[in-house]
Design a protein around this ligand. Structure first.
Ligand code: PEP
Ligand code: MG
Length: 573
Protein backbone atom coordinates (compact mmCIF):
# COMPACT_ATOMS: atom_id res chain seq x y z
CA UNK A 1 0.00 0.00 0.00
CA UNK A 2 1.49 3.33 -1.03
CA UNK A 3 1.29 5.89 1.69
CA UNK A 4 0.93 9.61 1.53
CA UNK A 5 4.37 10.38 3.04
CA UNK A 6 6.21 8.99 0.04
CA UNK A 7 4.15 10.97 -2.33
CA UNK A 8 5.55 14.35 -3.46
CA UNK A 9 3.48 17.00 -5.19
CA UNK A 10 4.74 19.90 -7.27
CA UNK A 11 2.86 22.67 -8.93
CA UNK A 12 4.20 24.03 -12.19
CA UNK A 13 2.90 25.84 -15.21
CA UNK A 14 0.61 23.71 -17.39
CA UNK A 15 1.46 24.20 -21.06
CA UNK A 16 0.13 21.16 -22.88
CA UNK A 17 -3.19 19.53 -21.97
CA UNK A 18 -3.94 15.98 -20.90
CA UNK A 19 -3.03 13.61 -18.08
CA UNK A 20 0.05 11.39 -18.26
CA UNK A 21 0.82 8.54 -15.88
CA UNK A 22 3.98 6.48 -16.12
CA UNK A 23 7.49 5.73 -14.84
CA UNK A 24 9.96 8.60 -14.48
CA UNK A 25 12.82 8.90 -16.94
CA UNK A 26 15.25 11.56 -15.87
CA UNK A 27 17.18 13.06 -18.74
CA UNK A 28 20.63 14.10 -17.67
CA UNK A 29 22.83 15.09 -20.48
CA UNK A 30 25.04 17.76 -19.03
CA UNK A 31 28.55 16.34 -18.93
CA UNK A 32 29.00 18.31 -15.73
CA UNK A 33 32.67 19.00 -16.20
CA UNK A 34 35.69 17.88 -18.14
CA UNK A 35 39.05 17.86 -16.42
CA UNK A 36 41.80 20.02 -17.90
CA UNK A 37 44.33 17.62 -19.41
CA UNK A 38 47.37 18.28 -21.51
CA UNK A 39 48.68 16.17 -24.37
CA UNK A 40 52.12 15.62 -25.88
CA UNK A 41 53.13 17.10 -29.23
CA UNK A 42 53.07 13.58 -30.66
CA UNK A 43 49.37 13.21 -29.69
CA UNK A 44 48.17 16.34 -31.49
CA UNK A 45 47.34 14.68 -34.79
CA UNK A 46 45.44 11.88 -33.14
CA UNK A 47 43.43 14.37 -31.07
CA UNK A 48 42.61 16.45 -34.14
CA UNK A 49 41.41 13.36 -35.99
CA UNK A 50 39.20 12.45 -33.03
CA UNK A 51 37.65 15.90 -33.09
CA UNK A 52 37.04 15.73 -36.84
CA UNK A 53 35.47 12.27 -36.61
CA UNK A 54 33.23 13.28 -33.70
CA UNK A 55 31.96 16.30 -35.64
CA UNK A 56 31.32 14.17 -38.71
CA UNK A 57 29.54 11.52 -36.69
CA UNK A 58 27.21 14.02 -35.08
CA UNK A 59 26.55 15.86 -38.35
CA UNK A 60 25.67 12.54 -39.96
CA UNK A 61 23.31 11.71 -37.08
CA UNK A 62 21.64 15.10 -37.20
CA UNK A 63 21.28 14.82 -40.97
CA UNK A 64 19.61 11.45 -40.61
CA UNK A 65 17.26 12.85 -38.01
CA UNK A 66 16.59 15.81 -40.24
CA UNK A 67 15.78 13.64 -43.24
CA UNK A 68 13.23 11.75 -41.20
CA UNK A 69 11.81 14.75 -39.39
CA UNK A 70 8.14 15.09 -40.18
CA UNK A 71 7.86 18.82 -39.93
CA UNK A 72 9.64 21.81 -41.34
CA UNK A 73 10.05 23.10 -37.82
CA UNK A 74 11.92 20.01 -36.67
CA UNK A 75 14.09 20.14 -39.78
CA UNK A 76 14.99 23.77 -39.10
CA UNK A 77 15.93 22.98 -35.51
CA UNK A 78 18.24 20.19 -36.63
CA UNK A 79 19.72 22.31 -39.38
CA UNK A 80 20.67 24.93 -36.78
CA UNK A 81 22.47 22.22 -34.78
CA UNK A 82 24.35 21.09 -37.90
CA UNK A 83 25.39 24.65 -38.65
CA UNK A 84 26.79 25.06 -35.15
CA UNK A 85 28.84 21.91 -35.62
CA UNK A 86 30.16 23.33 -38.88
CA UNK A 87 30.85 26.78 -37.49
CA UNK A 88 34.35 27.61 -38.80
CA UNK A 89 35.22 29.96 -35.92
CA UNK A 90 34.33 27.48 -33.21
CA UNK A 91 36.13 24.64 -34.98
CA UNK A 92 39.19 26.80 -35.55
CA UNK A 93 39.35 27.66 -31.84
CA UNK A 94 39.11 24.01 -30.79
CA UNK A 95 41.86 23.03 -33.23
CA UNK A 96 44.01 25.93 -32.06
CA UNK A 97 43.68 24.84 -28.43
CA UNK A 98 44.70 21.30 -29.31
CA UNK A 99 47.55 22.28 -31.59
CA UNK A 100 49.02 25.32 -29.90
CA UNK A 101 47.99 24.98 -26.26
CA UNK A 102 48.30 21.18 -26.27
CA UNK A 103 44.92 20.67 -24.64
CA UNK A 104 43.20 17.31 -24.83
CA UNK A 105 40.36 17.39 -27.41
CA UNK A 106 37.61 16.91 -24.81
CA UNK A 107 38.86 19.88 -22.81
CA UNK A 108 39.41 22.02 -25.90
CA UNK A 109 35.81 21.38 -26.95
CA UNK A 110 34.49 21.93 -23.45
CA UNK A 111 36.16 25.31 -22.94
CA UNK A 112 35.50 26.60 -26.46
CA UNK A 113 31.82 25.73 -26.29
CA UNK A 114 31.57 27.11 -22.74
CA UNK A 115 32.74 30.52 -23.98
CA UNK A 116 30.14 30.38 -26.73
CA UNK A 117 27.42 29.31 -24.26
CA UNK A 118 28.36 32.11 -21.87
CA UNK A 119 28.11 34.63 -24.66
CA UNK A 120 24.62 33.42 -25.56
CA UNK A 121 23.47 33.25 -21.94
CA UNK A 122 24.60 36.78 -21.19
CA UNK A 123 22.65 38.14 -24.13
CA UNK A 124 19.55 40.24 -23.51
CA UNK A 125 17.52 38.53 -26.19
CA UNK A 126 15.43 35.48 -25.43
CA UNK A 127 16.32 33.52 -28.55
CA UNK A 128 20.02 33.64 -27.66
CA UNK A 129 19.32 32.30 -24.17
CA UNK A 130 17.20 29.50 -25.60
CA UNK A 131 19.90 28.76 -28.18
CA UNK A 132 22.40 28.31 -25.32
CA UNK A 133 20.52 25.16 -24.28
CA UNK A 134 21.00 23.71 -27.77
CA UNK A 135 24.70 24.52 -27.74
CA UNK A 136 25.11 22.84 -24.33
CA UNK A 137 23.69 19.67 -25.83
CA UNK A 138 26.09 19.83 -28.79
CA UNK A 139 29.01 20.38 -26.42
CA UNK A 140 28.07 17.34 -24.36
CA UNK A 141 27.36 15.12 -27.33
CA UNK A 142 30.69 16.10 -28.88
CA UNK A 143 32.62 15.45 -25.66
CA UNK A 144 30.90 12.09 -25.28
CA UNK A 145 31.56 11.20 -28.92
CA UNK A 146 35.27 12.03 -28.62
CA UNK A 147 35.63 10.00 -25.45
CA UNK A 148 33.52 7.15 -26.84
CA UNK A 149 30.95 7.64 -24.14
CA UNK A 150 28.16 8.34 -26.55
CA UNK A 151 24.88 7.39 -24.96
CA UNK A 152 21.74 6.74 -26.89
CA UNK A 153 18.42 7.95 -25.63
CA UNK A 154 17.08 4.81 -24.00
CA UNK A 155 13.70 6.32 -23.41
CA UNK A 156 10.73 3.97 -23.54
CA UNK A 157 7.16 4.39 -24.61
CA UNK A 158 4.86 5.42 -21.76
CA UNK A 159 7.58 7.05 -19.65
CA UNK A 160 7.36 10.53 -18.15
CA UNK A 161 10.37 12.62 -19.10
CA UNK A 162 11.84 14.83 -16.37
CA UNK A 163 14.46 17.29 -17.59
CA UNK A 164 15.97 20.61 -16.69
CA UNK A 165 15.30 21.64 -20.23
CA UNK A 166 15.09 19.70 -23.46
CA UNK A 167 17.24 20.73 -26.39
CA UNK A 168 15.46 20.65 -29.74
CA UNK A 169 17.33 17.73 -31.25
CA UNK A 170 16.48 15.60 -28.21
CA UNK A 171 12.88 16.76 -28.43
CA UNK A 172 12.74 15.57 -32.02
CA UNK A 173 13.99 12.16 -30.87
CA UNK A 174 11.44 12.13 -28.05
CA UNK A 175 8.69 12.91 -30.53
CA UNK A 176 9.28 9.51 -32.12
CA UNK A 177 8.67 7.70 -28.84
CA UNK A 178 5.19 7.74 -27.45
CA UNK A 179 6.06 9.25 -24.06
CA UNK A 180 3.28 9.80 -21.50
CA UNK A 181 4.30 13.26 -20.35
CA UNK A 182 7.03 15.86 -19.99
CA UNK A 183 8.07 17.80 -16.89
CA UNK A 184 10.69 20.53 -17.15
CA UNK A 185 12.38 22.75 -14.63
CA UNK A 186 12.97 25.49 -17.12
CA UNK A 187 11.60 26.12 -20.58
CA UNK A 188 9.56 29.08 -21.71
CA UNK A 189 5.96 28.69 -22.79
CA UNK A 190 7.17 29.26 -26.34
CA UNK A 191 10.26 27.07 -26.22
CA UNK A 192 10.67 24.42 -28.91
CA UNK A 193 10.06 21.63 -26.43
CA UNK A 194 6.75 23.14 -25.37
CA UNK A 195 5.64 23.92 -28.90
CA UNK A 196 6.37 20.38 -30.03
CA UNK A 197 4.70 18.79 -27.00
CA UNK A 198 1.53 20.76 -27.73
CA UNK A 199 1.54 19.76 -31.38
CA UNK A 200 2.10 16.15 -30.47
CA UNK A 201 -0.51 16.14 -27.71
CA UNK A 202 1.97 15.22 -24.95
CA UNK A 203 0.87 16.51 -21.51
CA UNK A 204 3.53 18.97 -20.37
CA UNK A 205 4.20 21.04 -17.25
CA UNK A 206 7.07 23.50 -16.97
CA UNK A 207 8.65 25.56 -14.17
CA UNK A 208 8.58 22.62 -11.77
CA UNK A 209 11.28 22.99 -9.13
CA UNK A 210 12.46 19.68 -7.75
CA UNK A 211 15.54 18.66 -5.84
CA UNK A 212 17.68 16.13 -7.64
CA UNK A 213 17.43 13.62 -4.75
CA UNK A 214 13.63 13.64 -5.00
CA UNK A 215 13.62 12.15 -8.49
CA UNK A 216 14.32 8.48 -9.07
CA UNK A 217 14.20 6.74 -12.38
CA UNK A 218 11.35 4.28 -12.62
CA UNK A 219 9.17 5.70 -9.86
CA UNK A 220 5.62 6.45 -10.99
CA UNK A 221 4.64 10.02 -11.76
CA UNK A 222 1.45 11.77 -12.79
CA UNK A 223 1.48 14.89 -14.97
CA UNK A 224 -1.62 16.98 -15.21
CA UNK A 225 -1.11 19.28 -18.18
CA UNK A 226 -4.34 21.12 -17.56
CA UNK A 227 -3.76 22.26 -13.98
CA UNK A 228 0.04 22.03 -13.62
CA UNK A 229 0.07 19.27 -10.96
CA UNK A 230 2.97 16.83 -10.94
CA UNK A 231 2.78 13.96 -8.44
CA UNK A 232 5.70 11.66 -7.73
CA UNK A 233 4.97 8.29 -6.24
CA UNK A 234 1.23 8.95 -6.20
CA UNK A 235 -1.04 7.49 -3.54
CA UNK A 236 -3.61 4.91 -4.57
CA UNK A 237 -6.17 7.66 -4.25
CA UNK A 238 -4.24 9.86 -6.74
CA UNK A 239 -3.77 6.91 -9.05
CA UNK A 240 -7.45 6.21 -9.05
CA UNK A 241 -8.48 9.83 -9.46
CA UNK A 242 -6.16 10.58 -12.35
CA UNK A 243 -6.79 7.25 -14.06
CA UNK A 244 -10.47 8.12 -13.97
CA UNK A 245 -9.85 11.62 -15.34
CA UNK A 246 -7.71 10.13 -18.10
CA UNK A 247 -10.29 7.51 -18.94
CA UNK A 248 -13.07 10.08 -18.89
CA UNK A 249 -11.05 12.41 -21.16
CA UNK A 250 -10.61 9.59 -23.66
CA UNK A 251 -14.30 8.62 -23.54
CA UNK A 252 -15.42 12.21 -23.94
CA UNK A 253 -13.18 12.66 -26.93
CA UNK A 254 -14.45 9.48 -28.51
CA UNK A 255 -18.03 10.55 -27.95
CA UNK A 256 -17.39 14.05 -29.30
CA UNK A 257 -15.52 12.76 -32.34
CA UNK A 258 -18.69 11.00 -33.46
CA UNK A 259 -20.02 14.45 -34.29
CA UNK A 260 -16.99 15.57 -36.23
CA UNK A 261 -18.27 14.59 -39.64
CA UNK A 262 -21.97 15.27 -39.18
CA UNK A 263 -23.45 18.28 -40.98
CA UNK A 264 -22.87 21.61 -39.24
CA UNK A 265 -26.46 22.34 -38.36
CA UNK A 266 -28.63 22.84 -35.30
CA UNK A 267 -31.71 20.73 -34.55
CA UNK A 268 -33.81 23.38 -36.35
CA UNK A 269 -31.62 23.22 -39.44
CA UNK A 270 -29.64 26.44 -38.93
CA UNK A 271 -26.16 26.27 -40.41
CA UNK A 272 -22.96 27.16 -38.60
CA UNK A 273 -19.28 27.06 -39.44
CA UNK A 274 -16.47 25.72 -37.25
CA UNK A 275 -12.93 26.36 -38.41
CA UNK A 276 -9.54 25.84 -36.85
CA UNK A 277 -6.97 28.25 -35.46
CA UNK A 278 -3.60 27.04 -36.69
CA UNK A 279 -0.04 28.08 -35.93
CA UNK A 280 2.17 25.08 -36.73
CA UNK A 281 2.21 22.65 -39.63
CA UNK A 282 2.12 19.81 -37.07
CA UNK A 283 -1.45 20.77 -36.28
CA UNK A 284 -2.67 20.19 -39.82
CA UNK A 285 -3.14 16.39 -39.74
CA UNK A 286 -5.71 16.81 -36.95
CA UNK A 287 -7.97 19.22 -38.85
CA UNK A 288 -9.86 16.62 -40.84
CA UNK A 289 -10.13 14.20 -37.92
CA UNK A 290 -11.71 16.87 -35.75
CA UNK A 291 -14.06 18.10 -38.45
CA UNK A 292 -12.58 21.58 -39.00
CA UNK A 293 -13.91 23.25 -42.13
CA UNK A 294 -10.82 25.17 -43.09
CA UNK A 295 -8.68 27.58 -41.08
CA UNK A 296 -10.36 30.63 -39.59
CA UNK A 297 -7.13 32.02 -38.17
CA UNK A 298 -3.68 31.18 -39.44
CA UNK A 299 -1.19 32.72 -37.03
CA UNK A 300 1.98 33.45 -38.97
CA UNK A 301 4.35 34.76 -36.30
CA UNK A 302 6.34 31.54 -36.05
CA UNK A 303 7.58 32.23 -39.56
CA UNK A 304 9.16 35.37 -38.20
CA UNK A 305 10.66 33.71 -35.14
CA UNK A 306 11.88 30.53 -36.77
CA UNK A 307 13.34 31.79 -40.01
CA UNK A 308 17.05 32.33 -39.99
CA UNK A 309 16.68 34.28 -43.17
CA UNK A 310 13.24 35.53 -43.67
CA UNK A 311 12.14 35.27 -47.28
CA UNK A 312 9.10 35.08 -49.52
CA UNK A 313 9.76 31.48 -50.63
CA UNK A 314 9.67 30.17 -47.06
CA UNK A 315 6.30 31.83 -46.61
CA UNK A 316 4.98 30.56 -49.93
CA UNK A 317 5.89 27.01 -48.79
CA UNK A 318 4.19 27.48 -45.44
CA UNK A 319 0.96 28.90 -46.86
CA UNK A 320 0.87 26.30 -49.66
CA UNK A 321 1.25 23.48 -47.13
CA UNK A 322 -1.67 24.84 -45.16
CA UNK A 323 -3.80 25.20 -48.30
CA UNK A 324 -3.04 21.63 -49.34
CA UNK A 325 -4.10 20.36 -45.92
CA UNK A 326 -7.57 21.92 -45.97
CA UNK A 327 -8.89 20.24 -49.10
CA UNK A 328 -11.44 22.52 -50.73
CA UNK A 329 -11.85 24.75 -47.70
CA UNK A 330 -10.55 28.27 -47.18
CA UNK A 331 -7.85 29.81 -45.00
CA UNK A 332 -7.69 33.22 -43.32
CA UNK A 333 -4.07 34.30 -43.10
CA UNK A 334 -3.39 36.80 -40.38
CA UNK A 335 -0.58 39.24 -41.07
CA UNK A 336 2.32 39.03 -38.63
CA UNK A 337 1.13 39.89 -35.15
CA UNK A 338 4.54 40.29 -33.56
CA UNK A 339 4.89 42.24 -30.33
CA UNK A 340 3.00 41.89 -27.05
CA UNK A 341 3.82 38.38 -25.87
CA UNK A 342 5.17 37.43 -29.30
CA UNK A 343 8.34 39.47 -29.21
CA UNK A 344 10.75 39.78 -32.07
CA UNK A 345 14.37 39.06 -31.24
CA UNK A 346 15.65 42.48 -32.10
CA UNK A 347 12.71 44.50 -30.83
CA UNK A 348 13.51 47.02 -28.11
CA UNK A 349 12.18 46.13 -24.73
CA UNK A 350 9.06 48.11 -23.97
CA UNK A 351 7.58 49.00 -20.60
CA UNK A 352 4.13 47.91 -21.78
CA UNK A 353 4.57 45.56 -24.73
CA UNK A 354 0.85 44.77 -24.99
CA UNK A 355 0.20 48.47 -25.39
CA UNK A 356 3.17 48.90 -27.62
CA UNK A 357 4.66 48.17 -30.97
CA UNK A 358 2.64 45.17 -32.08
CA UNK A 359 0.51 43.92 -34.93
CA UNK A 360 -0.26 46.39 -37.66
CA UNK A 361 1.60 49.17 -35.85
CA UNK A 362 4.84 47.31 -36.30
CA UNK A 363 4.02 46.21 -39.85
CA UNK A 364 3.35 49.74 -41.05
CA UNK A 365 6.72 50.79 -39.64
CA UNK A 366 8.43 47.76 -41.16
CA UNK A 367 6.74 48.13 -44.51
CA UNK A 368 9.12 45.86 -46.38
CA UNK A 369 8.16 42.98 -44.11
CA UNK A 370 4.49 43.67 -44.75
CA UNK A 371 5.00 43.91 -48.50
CA UNK A 372 6.90 40.62 -48.54
CA UNK A 373 4.17 38.88 -46.61
CA UNK A 374 1.44 40.25 -48.88
CA UNK A 375 3.44 39.27 -51.93
CA UNK A 376 3.81 35.71 -50.65
CA UNK A 377 0.06 35.47 -49.97
CA UNK A 378 -0.89 36.83 -53.41
CA UNK A 379 1.58 34.49 -55.08
CA UNK A 380 0.03 31.47 -53.36
CA UNK A 381 -3.47 32.70 -54.20
CA UNK A 382 -3.08 31.98 -57.92
CA UNK A 383 -3.49 28.25 -57.20
CA UNK A 384 -6.26 28.67 -54.65
CA UNK A 385 -8.76 31.14 -56.08
CA UNK A 386 -11.48 32.33 -53.68
CA UNK A 387 -9.99 30.35 -50.85
CA UNK A 388 -7.62 32.81 -49.20
CA UNK A 389 -8.37 35.81 -47.03
CA UNK A 390 -6.11 38.32 -45.32
CA UNK A 391 -6.62 39.45 -41.72
CA UNK A 392 -5.05 42.56 -40.17
CA UNK A 393 -4.15 42.26 -36.46
CA UNK A 394 -4.37 44.85 -33.69
CA UNK A 395 -6.18 47.52 -35.68
CA UNK A 396 -7.04 50.64 -33.70
CA UNK A 397 -7.45 53.28 -36.41
CA UNK A 398 -9.38 53.46 -39.68
CA UNK A 399 -6.26 54.89 -41.31
CA UNK A 400 -4.40 51.64 -40.63
CA UNK A 401 -6.97 49.72 -42.69
CA UNK A 402 -6.81 52.27 -45.50
CA UNK A 403 -3.02 52.09 -45.51
CA UNK A 404 -2.95 48.29 -45.72
CA UNK A 405 -5.53 48.34 -48.53
CA UNK A 406 -3.33 50.81 -50.40
CA UNK A 407 -0.23 48.65 -49.95
CA UNK A 408 -2.21 45.58 -51.10
CA UNK A 409 -3.02 47.41 -54.34
CA UNK A 410 0.63 48.32 -54.84
CA UNK A 411 1.77 44.75 -54.25
CA UNK A 412 -0.81 43.52 -56.79
CA UNK A 413 0.43 46.10 -59.30
CA UNK A 414 3.99 44.90 -58.78
CA UNK A 415 3.02 41.28 -59.38
CA UNK A 416 1.02 42.28 -62.43
CA UNK A 417 4.12 44.06 -63.77
CA UNK A 418 6.10 40.86 -63.29
CA UNK A 419 3.46 38.84 -65.08
CA UNK A 420 2.59 36.86 -61.93
CA UNK A 421 -1.01 35.77 -61.59
CA UNK A 422 -2.95 36.14 -58.33
CA UNK A 423 -6.49 36.05 -57.04
CA UNK A 424 -8.01 39.50 -57.65
CA UNK A 425 -10.80 38.93 -55.20
CA UNK A 426 -8.90 38.27 -51.97
CA UNK A 427 -10.83 39.85 -49.13
CA UNK A 428 -9.00 41.85 -46.49
CA UNK A 429 -10.58 41.88 -43.03
CA UNK A 430 -9.62 43.13 -39.60
CA UNK A 431 -9.26 41.64 -36.15
CA UNK A 432 -11.60 43.39 -33.74
CA UNK A 433 -9.57 42.91 -30.58
CA UNK A 434 -9.21 46.40 -29.20
CA UNK A 435 -12.21 48.21 -27.66
CA UNK A 436 -11.35 51.37 -29.61
CA UNK A 437 -12.08 49.74 -32.95
CA UNK A 438 -15.20 47.95 -31.63
CA UNK A 439 -16.54 51.36 -30.60
CA UNK A 440 -16.17 52.67 -34.15
CA UNK A 441 -17.04 49.39 -35.86
CA UNK A 442 -19.51 51.08 -38.22
CA UNK A 443 -16.77 53.24 -39.68
CA UNK A 444 -14.33 50.37 -39.78
CA UNK A 445 -16.90 48.24 -41.61
CA UNK A 446 -16.99 50.77 -44.44
CA UNK A 447 -13.28 50.15 -45.10
CA UNK A 448 -12.96 46.44 -44.65
CA UNK A 449 -14.38 43.18 -46.04
CA UNK A 450 -14.99 41.30 -42.79
CA UNK A 451 -14.54 41.31 -39.02
CA UNK A 452 -12.93 38.62 -36.92
CA UNK A 453 -13.32 39.16 -33.18
CA UNK A 454 -10.23 38.22 -31.17
CA UNK A 455 -11.63 37.65 -27.71
CA UNK A 456 -8.25 37.01 -26.09
CA UNK A 457 -7.03 40.51 -26.66
CA UNK A 458 -10.49 42.04 -26.54
CA UNK A 459 -10.85 40.70 -22.99
CA UNK A 460 -7.39 41.87 -21.95
CA UNK A 461 -7.88 45.38 -23.32
CA UNK A 462 -11.51 45.79 -22.22
CA UNK A 463 -10.84 44.67 -18.65
CA UNK A 464 -7.26 45.95 -18.35
CA UNK A 465 -6.06 42.45 -17.43
CA UNK A 466 -2.73 41.27 -18.82
CA UNK A 467 -3.58 37.95 -20.49
CA UNK A 468 -0.24 36.41 -19.47
CA UNK A 469 -0.07 37.51 -15.84
CA UNK A 470 -0.69 34.55 -13.51
CA UNK A 471 -1.39 36.79 -10.52
CA UNK A 472 -4.52 38.23 -12.07
CA UNK A 473 -5.56 35.29 -14.21
CA UNK A 474 -8.80 35.07 -12.19
CA UNK A 475 -9.75 38.50 -13.53
CA UNK A 476 -9.29 37.44 -17.13
CA UNK A 477 -12.95 36.73 -17.76
CA UNK A 478 -14.19 36.61 -21.32
CA UNK A 479 -17.74 36.19 -19.98
CA UNK A 480 -17.64 39.66 -18.40
CA UNK A 481 -20.68 41.64 -19.65
CA UNK A 482 -18.39 44.40 -20.91
CA UNK A 483 -16.68 41.95 -23.28
CA UNK A 484 -20.06 40.69 -24.49
CA UNK A 485 -21.19 44.26 -25.02
CA UNK A 486 -18.19 44.77 -27.31
CA UNK A 487 -19.01 41.57 -29.18
CA UNK A 488 -22.67 42.54 -29.53
CA UNK A 489 -21.88 46.05 -30.73
CA UNK A 490 -19.47 44.71 -33.32
CA UNK A 491 -21.98 42.15 -34.59
CA UNK A 492 -24.67 44.84 -34.92
CA UNK A 493 -22.29 47.09 -36.85
CA UNK A 494 -21.32 44.20 -39.15
CA UNK A 495 -25.02 43.50 -39.85
CA UNK A 496 -25.83 47.15 -40.50
CA UNK A 497 -22.98 47.32 -42.99
CA UNK A 498 -23.57 43.90 -44.47
CA UNK A 499 -20.17 42.42 -43.81
CA UNK A 500 -19.45 38.94 -42.41
CA UNK A 501 -18.21 38.47 -38.86
CA UNK A 502 -16.56 35.55 -37.10
CA UNK A 503 -15.06 34.95 -33.66
CA UNK A 504 -11.57 33.47 -33.48
CA UNK A 505 -10.50 33.97 -29.86
CA UNK A 506 -10.27 31.18 -27.28
CA UNK A 507 -13.76 32.04 -26.06
CA UNK A 508 -15.29 30.33 -29.10
CA UNK A 509 -13.72 27.03 -28.05
CA UNK A 510 -15.94 26.82 -24.95
CA UNK A 511 -19.23 25.08 -25.78
CA UNK A 512 -21.25 27.40 -23.49
CA UNK A 513 -19.74 30.47 -25.18
CA UNK A 514 -20.39 29.01 -28.63
CA UNK A 515 -24.05 28.57 -27.62
CA UNK A 516 -24.19 32.20 -26.46
CA UNK A 517 -22.56 33.43 -29.64
CA UNK A 518 -25.08 31.48 -31.72
CA UNK A 519 -27.78 33.22 -29.67
CA UNK A 520 -26.31 36.56 -30.74
CA UNK A 521 -26.47 35.44 -34.36
CA UNK A 522 -22.75 34.68 -34.64
CA UNK A 523 -22.46 31.32 -36.37
CA UNK A 524 -18.94 31.48 -37.77
CA UNK A 525 -16.44 30.34 -35.14
CA UNK A 526 -12.76 29.48 -35.25
CA UNK A 527 -10.92 27.69 -32.45
CA UNK A 528 -8.13 25.21 -31.64
CA UNK A 529 -8.96 22.08 -33.61
CA UNK A 530 -9.18 19.88 -30.51
CA UNK A 531 -12.18 21.87 -29.24
CA UNK A 532 -14.24 21.53 -32.42
CA UNK A 533 -15.90 18.14 -31.74
CA UNK A 534 -17.08 19.27 -28.27
CA UNK A 535 -18.46 22.58 -29.54
CA UNK A 536 -20.04 20.87 -32.50
CA UNK A 537 -21.78 18.27 -30.33
CA UNK A 538 -23.45 21.07 -28.34
CA UNK A 539 -24.44 23.15 -31.35
CA UNK A 540 -25.86 20.14 -33.22
CA UNK A 541 -28.01 19.15 -30.26
CA UNK A 542 -29.95 22.37 -29.73
CA UNK A 543 -32.05 24.82 -31.69
CA UNK A 544 -31.45 28.45 -32.52
CA UNK A 545 -34.41 29.33 -30.30
CA UNK A 546 -32.69 27.73 -27.30
CA UNK A 547 -29.48 29.64 -28.01
CA UNK A 548 -31.41 32.91 -28.32
CA UNK A 549 -33.21 32.30 -25.03
CA UNK A 550 -29.91 31.57 -23.34
CA UNK A 551 -28.36 34.76 -24.74
CA UNK A 552 -31.37 36.84 -23.60
CA UNK A 553 -31.26 35.41 -20.10
CA UNK A 554 -27.49 35.79 -19.87
CA UNK A 555 -27.64 39.33 -21.13
CA UNK A 556 -30.43 40.32 -18.73
CA UNK A 557 -28.87 38.78 -15.61
CA UNK A 558 -26.89 41.30 -13.51
CA UNK A 559 -25.63 38.71 -10.98
CA UNK A 560 -22.36 37.06 -12.09
CA UNK A 561 -23.00 33.88 -10.08
CA UNK A 562 -26.43 33.46 -11.60
CA UNK A 563 -25.01 34.07 -15.07
CA UNK A 564 -22.47 31.36 -14.39
CA UNK A 565 -25.23 29.00 -13.23
CA UNK A 566 -27.13 29.63 -16.46
CA UNK A 567 -24.12 28.41 -18.41
CA UNK A 568 -23.49 25.24 -16.39
CA UNK A 569 -25.61 22.86 -18.42
CA UNK A 570 -24.06 24.11 -21.67
CA UNK A 571 -20.59 23.17 -20.55
CA UNK A 572 -21.38 19.49 -21.07
CA UNK A 573 -22.56 17.81 -24.19
C1 PEP B 1 -7.14 37.07 -29.97
O1 PEP B 1 -6.56 38.06 -29.54
O2 PEP B 1 -8.25 36.68 -29.53
C2 PEP B 1 -6.54 36.26 -31.04
C3 PEP B 1 -7.21 35.30 -31.63
O3 PEP B 1 -5.27 36.52 -31.39
P1 PEP B 1 -3.96 36.10 -30.53
O4 PEP B 1 -4.42 35.18 -29.43
O5 PEP B 1 -3.06 35.46 -31.50
O6 PEP B 1 -3.48 37.43 -30.03
MG1 MG C 1 -4.91 38.92 -30.61
Amino acid sequence: MKNRQNSIKFLGKPVSKGVGIGPVHLLEYQSSSVRPEKIKESEVDNNLVKFKSACELLIQEYNELKNHAQTQEAQDILEAQIQTLQDPEVNKTVRHKVKNELLKTEYAIFTTYNDYIQLLESSDVDWAKERAIDVVSIRDELVNAVSDKKKSLDLKEGEIVFATDIPPATMVKISRINVAGIVMERGGATSHAVILSQSLGIPCVINVHWKRYQIKNGQIAIVDGLHGDVILNPTEEDDKRYSEIKEKDAQNLERALKWAHKPNQTTCGSQFSLRANVEFLEELPRLYEYGAKGVGLLRTETLLFEAEEFDIDAQVDFYSNVMKAVGEESVVIRLFDAGGDKLLDDADEEANPFLGWRGIRMLLDEELLLRKQLEAIYRVSQDYKNRLKILIPMVTKIEEIIEVNRICEEVKEKLKGEGIEYDESIEVGIMVEVPGIALIADRAAEQTDFFSIGTNDLTQYTLAVDRGNEKISGLFDSFHPAVWKMIKMTKEAADRNNIPLSVCGELASKPEAAALLMGLGISDLSMNAGAIPYVKAVLCNHSLKEFQELADQFWGEPDARKRDKLLQKWKKF
